[in-house]
Design a protein around this ligand. Structure first.
Ligand code: 2RA
Length: 440
């Protein structure tokens, strides 16, 4: 079997790692592997199939003698994808740089493999939230033409890369620590109140009252009065008065004032202020706190009030289904889970599809696993499907608000089927159709 030289651009990121895993797991026919990344990751070592590879900084010469370049996403695509093509290398690009270019096919192999035939060197890999949606839409659309799509997404933080995962982990730790400290303080306060109100405290108070009224206590009081009136106590008092008026006392007072204004104290004050500030959540990857929160914003807002992520779902689905006018509306939400995107989909079709027919169509379609048994509370969830390649569908039901509507739930690992796996499947498609070449 023919083997191919493959470059992975962005090999050190979240998608890059999945690309390497996928190339191994799917046994892609590799002659030579070249790992590329930004200057920051240059020199890093990555082990693949028992061999250590050093990551090089991407430059225009990086693609010489390479057959396929898998770009994991990010700004490298804009700078280097066309250079790679000039070197004779077919690019499969996971960024959004070329997705809407009419000269560049956008492909999900289960949906529009035929579009690979007209590539000019670059093939775009769709956005993760679109991929899992179109895989679900295609078999239904083939059976009953889709007239409208309404989708709401629940997207994991790893969609924003390794920094997104780190931010959720750190904020969750910080908030749960603050909560346990608060709980500890509340519990201690409650315990003190309980003790103060208890019989034991009452009996201690009674005993103390009795002791205070006893003859032993009277004796002690008399002894203490004698001591207070004695000559030695008078002398001690006079010494103390002299000492407070002495130079030593003045020196100590001045010393304390100076210390109060000293750098040490200033530093301590600054450190305390800093500690007080680190108690607050400081978002950097996401616009607001993501732990224990939901963010109805992924990517930037556009003029029509939708976010770019929402419009990606619209533009990309229309392009891949070859339905440029298909009405689609999306609401994309970032949720505090590490991995796998979920989507609630509602579609209208030109003829009624029963839930049973839809279930059969979806179960028979490539790349889909249906898990849909409400009686046993069986439906797909992000935590149970992470690290797998299929698109999982459940909660399939007829829409009670319209005659030809269907509602269902779609979950997929967005780093695998939503990114790396789909890119490798495109490469496999090119290999199978002998399309690993730049058309002249
Ligand atoms: C996200 N869809 O989840 C993006 C990643 N491509 O942020």
């Amino acid at each position: 079997m023919k083997k191919y030289s493959v470059a992975v651009v962005g090999a050190t990121g979240a998608v890059g790692a999945e690309l390497l895993k996928g190339l191994d797991e799917r046994d892609f026919p590799i002659k030579e592997l070249r790992l590329l990344a930004s200057e920051r990751s240059q020199g890093k070592k990555i082990e693949w199939r028992g061999k250590e590879y050093e990551v090089s900084e991407t430059n225009i010469d990086s693609f010489k003698d390479m057959d396929i370049a898998l770009f994991a996403g990010g700004s490298a695509s804009t700078v280097f994808a066309k250079e790679a093509v000039k070197s004779g290398c077919v690019v499969i690009d996971n960024s959004s740089a070329f997705r809407y270019d009419p000269e560049v096919p956008l492909i999900v192999p289960e949906v529009n493999p035929e579009d690979a035939a007209w590539h000019n060197g670059i093939i775009a890999n769709p956005n993760c939230s679109t991929i899992q949606m179109v895989v679900a839409l295609k078999p239904l659309h083939d059976a009953a033409v889709i007239k409208r799509v309404v989708v709401s997404t629940y997207q994991a933080v790893s969609g924003a890369g390794i920094d997104g995962i780190k931010e959720l982990r750190e904020q969750t730790t910080q908030i749960t620590r603050q909560e346990s400290y608060k709980e500890f303080k509340d519990n201690a306060r409650d315990a003190a109140d309980i003790i103060a109100d208890s019989d034991l405290a009452d009996s201690i108070r009674t005993q103390a009252g009795k002791v205070a009224q006893s003859s032993a206590a009277d004796n002690i009081r008399e002894q203490m009065a004698k001591v207070a009136a004695s000559k030695s106590v008078r002398e001690l008092r006079e010494q103390l008065i002299k000492l407070t008026q002495s130079d030593i006392a003045r020196d100590i007072k001045e010393g304390l004032e100076k210390f109060g204004k000293s750098e040490v104290v200033n530093e301590m004050k600054e450190n305390l202020a800093h500690l007080a500030k680190t108690d607050k959540i400081k978002p950097s990857c996401f616009p607001y706190q993501i732990a224990f929160n939901l963010l109805p914003q992924i990517d930037i807002f556009l003029e029509n009030g939708y976010t770019k992520e929402e419009m990606k779902m619209v533009w990309e689905t229309q392009k891949m289904l070859h339905l440029p006018k298909l009405p689609i509306t999306a609401t994309c939400v970032r949720v505090p889970i590490y991995r796998s995107h979920s989507e609630a989909l509602n579609i209208e079709t030109d003829r009624k599809l029963s839930a049973d027919e839809a279930r059969r169509l979806l179960a028979a379609a490539p790349g889909i696993i249906v898990i849909d048994n409400p009686a046993e509370k069986e439906y797909p969830m992000p935590a149970m499907i992470a690290d797998t390649d299929a698109v999982y569908i459940g909660r399939i039901r007829e829409d009670i608000s319209c005659k030809k509507g269907l509602t269902f739930w779609v979950v997929a690992d967005q780093l695998r089927k939503g990114a790396a796996t789909n890119a490798i499947q495109i490469a496999e498609l090119l290999v199978a159709k002998d399309l690993v070449k730049i058309p002249q």
